[in-house]
Ligand binder design. Structure first.
Ligand SMILES: [Zn+2]
Length: 247
């Protein structure tokens, strides 16, 4: 079946001498991996459309089952660039920041999952970062929204079991737990009072207005660290359960 959609190149992996496997975040089909024949040859019809972050109109041909081995992956037949986002690749500083967001996306969003629409979030974020990627709140906002969309948002406001007050975050539960509910379990971190307030306001904010927020640097760092640890924990748990299913 021939499928058409629009997508952003998240990653490419060389395959054989001249071929590539490209991972797209698409508008309609979630994350899709496609096989691209000979894009690494100089006169390829794909031109530069397979550069990471390039937004293109694409068409591919093949089966839909993501679990099939690589060679039966859908084959890319067309990729017309809509917006290259080349400035994000040309600045090393920006590219490092964007790459971190892409990596988290690949870790948290399962392939072919159309129920979690990450596409508009990434498009908006790339557009904002293209205009200037110095503001660390852009990345933080993206990570927070990605966790919300994928259903992994950490609970920072009240005990995840009884709803009582607490500032003791437990990584293994993804939430704060009060003294009564946590028994002997180790606390991963104690949240500063400003962190939960900042977390709430960031959740309600708009990405286009992030430059108006002027939070305390220490609070931004604390929340960033917490979200990164939380995401890493979820990713490792996901990987373990996938391996368990395979064995
Ligand atoms: Zn409790």
């Amino acid at each position: 079946m021939l499928q058409r959609t629009e997508g952003i190149v998240l990653r490419t992996i060389p395959y054989g001498e001249a071929d590539l496997i490209a991972t797209y975040l698409t508008k309609d089909l979630g994350i899709v991996k496609v096989f691209a024949k000979s894009p690494r040859k100089t006169k390829s019809r794909f031109g530069s459309s397979l550069e990471p972050l390039t937004f293109s109109r694409i068409a591919f041909w093949g089966k839909e089952d993501a679990a099939l081995p690589r060679l039966t992956q859908p084959r890319l037949t067309q990729a017309d660039i809509v917006h290259p986002f080349s400035s994000l690749r040309e600045s090393l500083h920006c590219f490092i920041r964007v790459s971190e967001l892409i990596e988290q996306t690949l870790h948290l969003v399962p392939e072919r999952d159309t129920g979690r629409n990450v596409f508009p979030l990434l498009m908006n974020t790339l557009a904002i970062m293209e205009a200037g990627c110095r503001n660390p709140l852009i990345g933080l906002f993206y990570k927070l929204k990605l966790l919300e969309i994928t259903g992994f948002l950490p609970g920072l406001h009240s005990c995840g079991r009884c709803g009582g007050r607490s500032n003791a975050f437990h990584l293994s539960h993804g939430t704060v737990l009060c003294l009564q509910c946590s028994e002997d379990e180790d606390i991963s971190s104690r949240l500063s009072p400003g962190v939960t307030a900042f977390y709430s306001s960031l959740m309600k904010w708009e990405i286009s207005k992030l430059d108006r927020l002027k939070p305390d640097e220490g609070i931004v760092k604390e929340l960033s660290l917490l979200l990164d640890e939380h995401s890493r924990y979820i990713t490792e748990k996901n990987l373990r359960s996938r391996e368990f299913k395979r064995t």
